[in-house]
Design a protein around this ligand. Structure first.
Ligand code: NAP
Length: 547
């Protein structure tokens, strides 16, 4: 990622150290998270939400948005931020993104500490989130430089429409004149903010970001850092730190809503009057029962086999399984299922669970008490129909006061009759668990995987080209992404769980039907595609082309 190339200077490290002294953790005092609206930091006045450390249950901060004027915030974005961004070239917008990426990277250590405290992340989980944010911003900054002085995207070539080549039609994508509201999930407070912000700002739309309240400390600190750069034009960026209140009710036909979270919340938002009445454009990134498939050609102990085990085990424990792209269902040839289950259980037993700041801990708690209840309920449903090979025994998280913290041990389920099982294909358990099932050929794999109802990403581990092609054709159209884990590329990938900005993120059906990122494709959501018809020289001049 581009961010790894960014390096701190001694001076910025010093600045960072002094800022850390004042940070929410170092001060020891409970911080009230302010929202950034209308160019000012503002605190709500009513009911407060408490933000906890999920390892210790200590209250770290509080937030309220009651009494804040969201109608004014929406107007401020449309009237102040939008015109300035639209007048800028892609290169100039890219320069803003480069500055934002650097600001996050320069404060990386502070942000990692906050993610460990408020998100229960291990340091490695926290890096995944924070570096994902700075890396995605840096990637879109580079795209901005490459697009140069253009201010909107030209879509394809001019098309002759009349008898002579003079009369042409040309598609272009112009920035929408409204505001982009970004509602994010609790599990990626940094990356979720960065990946959406990058596409919107480069696309020329002002943004209001609303992170999930429970883990908003990281997002709110990032907002402070971004504002302090002074790189963002007035009105281009606002933050709601706390519950959404009536924010979304103010959206209209020029605005867009990009939502990441649960499918039920998405359904509520899609049913809002403004969405139905004014065609507010909505993108949804929701749940997914991602699958990993082991090809029949893969020998036990081979490189491809080991990569498959590595990626599955990583997805169970990384972010404590709270990753929308995490593998939930594992399909293996029936003659290998016992070995696969034994190897996965052995690997997962080695992972120490506890306070991520304690030595050797490889998996932290889930983010909230509600999340812990929801995961336990989901595990009970899986246990009612499958055999639990791991996760049943006595369990003592390390480094935490007795009885405290929202911990869940890793679970491995085995279901040898996938036709008899229902919950495994229907319920996304957003925690550290997988279910291993037999599937021996591509059509059977396709049938079982598609029972998930549409997903973000599934993966097939094979070195057999025919099997890879058969599986991709079986499952491709019910996913946003398919990852082929073959021997030649295994040392170059972070596995299927890593979202890269170059390719799209999103998926049909249960996954929300959305699409984000994918290089310049990610900008399309923030623009209106318009067909411009007219005299060719006139159209060319308008597009900045010589005819
Ligand atoms: P959630 O409860 O649906 O909340 C998501 C966001 O929506 C939060 O910011 C929440 O704010 C806000 N929200 C809730 N009700 C709202 C309403 N009526 N109006 C406006 N905003 C509202 O989901 P979550 O528990 O944070 O996240 C877990 C889910 O997200 C999982 O199902 C996971 O699969 C999915 N997810 C998907 C992706 C993806 O890219 N596809 C990525 C990550 C997570 P408050 O926090 O203030 O309530």
């Amino acid at each position: 990622m581009g961010a790894s190339r960014l390096r701190k200077t001694a001076k910025t490290r010093k600045t960072e150290a002094s800022r850390r002294q004042k940070s929410v953790l170092a001060s020891g005092a409970m911080k009230t998270l302010a929202s950034y609206l209308g160019g000012e930091w503002k605190e709500g006045t009513g009911k407060e939400s408490m933000l906890l450390d999920p390892s210790t249950e200590e209250i770290l901060a509080k937030a309220s948005t009651e009494g804040l004027d969201f109608a004014a915030a929406v107007r401020f974005a449309r009237e102040r931020g939008g015109p300035v961004l639209r007048a800028m070239s892609f290169a100039a917008r890219g320069t803003i993104l480069r500055t934002l990426s650097r600001a996050i990277h320069e404060h990386r250590d502070e942000l990692l500490d906050l993610a460990m405290a408020n998100g229960g992340n291990t340091r490695s989980d926290a890096k995944f989130d924070v570096d994902g944010a700075s890396g995605t911003l840096a990637y879109y900054a580079q795209l901005g430089q490459e697009l140069g002085e253009q201010r909107f995207l030209i879509d394809g070539e001019g098309i002759q429409l009349g008898r002579s080549p003079r009369f042409v039609g040309q598609h272009a994508v112009l920035p929408r004149r409204g505001v982009a509201v970004h509602v994010n999930a609790f599990n990626f407070p940094a990356w979720g903010l960065g990946e959406k912000l990058a596409c919107a700002i480069l696309g020329g739309m002002p943004v209001i970001v609303k992170p999930a309240t429970s883990t908003a400390i990281v997002a709110q600190r990032i907002a402070e850092l971004l504002v302090a750069t002074n790189a963002l034009p007035e009105g281009a960026f606002q933050l709601v730190a706390g519950p959404p209140g009536n924010l979304l009710e103010h959206l209209g036909g020029d605005d867009v809503l990009s939502f990441t979270g649960g499918g039920n919340t998405a359904a509520t938002l899609r049913a809002m009057a403004c969405v139905a009445r004014d065609s507010v454009r909505v993108n949804v990134e929701a749940d997914s029962l991602n699958a990993a498939i082991l090809g029949p050609d893969v020998e036990l102990g081979s490189d491809t086999y080991n990569a498959f085990l590595r990626d599955v085990a990583r997805d169970v424990t990384q972010k404590t399984g709270q990753k929308c792209t995490a593998i939930r269902r594992v399909f293996v040839p029936s003659d290998k299922i016992d070995e696969v289950v034994a190897e996965l259980c052995a690997r997962l037993k080695e992972v120490k669970v506890g306070d991520p700041r304690a030595d050797g801990v490889g998996m932290g708690p889930v983010a909230t008490a509600a999340q812990q209840r929801d995961v336990r309920d989901g595990l009970d449903r899986l246990a009612a129909e499958s055999i639990r090979a791991l996760g049943n025994g006595p369990f003592e998280p390390v480094g935490v006061p007795a009885g405290k913290g929202f911990f869940i041990p890793a679970s491995v389920f085995v279901q040898k009759d996938p036709d008899a099982a229902k919950a495994v294909h229907a319920r996304e358990v957003f925690g550290p668990c997988i279910t291993v099932m037999p599937a021996d050929d591509a059509p059977r794999v396709g049938d079982l995987v598609r029972r998930g109802g549409g997903g973000l990403v599934s993966s097939v581990y094979t070195d057999d080209r025919t099997y890879a092609a058969d599986v991709v054709l079986e499952i491709g159209s019910s996913h946003g992404r398919v990852f082929i884990g073959s021997a030649k590329i295994l040392d170059q990938t972070g596995g299927p769980g890593t979202v890269l900005p170059q390719t799209i993120h999103g998926g049909p059906g249960r996954a929300g039907g959305g699409e984000e990122l994918g290089g310049l494709r990610g900008l399309a959501f923030y623009g209106q595609r318009v067909a411009i018809q007219g005299d060719r020289p006139l159209v060319d001049a308008l597009l900045g082309r010589s005819s």
